[in-house]
Write a protein that binds this ligand. Sequence first.
Ligand code: 13P
Length: 287
Amino acid sequence: MLVNAKEALKKAKEGKYAIGQFNINNLEWTKAILLTAEECNSPVILGVSEGAGKYMCGYKTVAAMVNGMVDELNITVPVILHLDHGSYEGAKKAIEAGFSSVMFDGSHYGIEENIEKTKEIIALANAKGISVEAEVGAIGGEEDGVVGSGEVADPAECKQIADLGVDILAAGIGNIHGKYPENWAGLNFDVLAEIEKITSPMPLVLHGGTGIPADMIKKAISLGVSKINVNTECQLSFAEATRKYIEAGKDLEGKGFDPRKLLAPGFEAIKVTVKEKMELFGSINKA
Ligand code: 13P
């Protein structure tokens, strides 16, 4: 059964570990992440971006697939199905389709509009027992080949949004999605500490988990981060393992072209990456 993120993240915050949000793209991705979570006895958050949701034929299809897998694979650890960077319309659709948690990303609006829209989404989600993540300070990243630097959120605005009744708060602290550029300045821990001070016990989220060095991850967790999002790193692991299989000519041997064989190395590679992250985040045996 799917659960919302409230209880699991409250426990994570108190226990000083973080729960990984791993973004899914298809059946193999979802199965790899769920099986790893079960093997590691770790709670897990499946992230679905609006683009990935469309790719997988809509939120209803995704919710049905995830519910089916949790049942058929006998998954007993807490599983949270979470919309990642939802628009206002997207968040409403995911709430309707049976997601157990949604992110409404109003960070590109002015603070007043972000507040108004966040409030509406909270009301809709609360009526169904669904948790809500909000964002302050846009988290940059690569778009059309240009790498934008991550914004640093204003702690006072974080407090305003936190007080609306959101369950999880994503605040930009210099983090970005995708690979980090050579000259990246690192995470702004002073601002993180300030945000934590005035929003505690709100669980904080670190987006852009790919490529953040382990010591920074640990420090962020010690300062109140309880949810860490990872997407690109699983994609890179999957692509590398698949490329090796093809370069070795394995798809040309026997029935090596069978998708169940062709996609198997990538599937195993995702499992390895997810396990490494769960170890780093400290969520193993915390289900
Ligand atoms: P990465 O792709 O950098 O791991 O970021 C994932 C993320 O933050 C999804 O919201």
